[in-house]
Design a protein around this ligand. Sequence first.
Ligand code: ZN
Length: 150
Amino acid sequence: MDIYTEIILDYYKNPRNEGPLPDATTCAKEDNPLCGDKIRINLKIEKDKKTGKEKISKATFCGKGCAISQASASMLTEKLIGKTPKEIEKITDEDIKKMLNIPISPAREKCAILCLHAAKKALTERGSAKKSAPCPGCKKETASGRPKRI
Ligand SMILES: [Zn+2]
């Protein structure tokens, strides 16, 4: 049994930046078959008017799954906003574990880092033909509600 902090539970119950992002410039989805978690990260990448550098102006997530996967995705979207794609490439699995600040068993590791992998995938796939429309099926994934399993 994992121990969840109040912060994790708060992010799970009141997720920040959850939902579709209609003006997303890229998005990507990752599944964790071990736990049944699904996460889609939606990003809007814009050029900063001052520096001319690309940065993330908006980030949201859609998904369902366990508390760790959902809280981690919600926390990550907050972290991503304002960052450049290069800065996001540098975020490691370890950084995510530090962000969550709870002991994570190897079996649950994939739950925690799923969102980061989706975010990085969104960055590598942007501009490519593979890029999917923002959030297809997103409503379907959230309409059934969250599984009660925490
Ligand atoms: Zn999970």
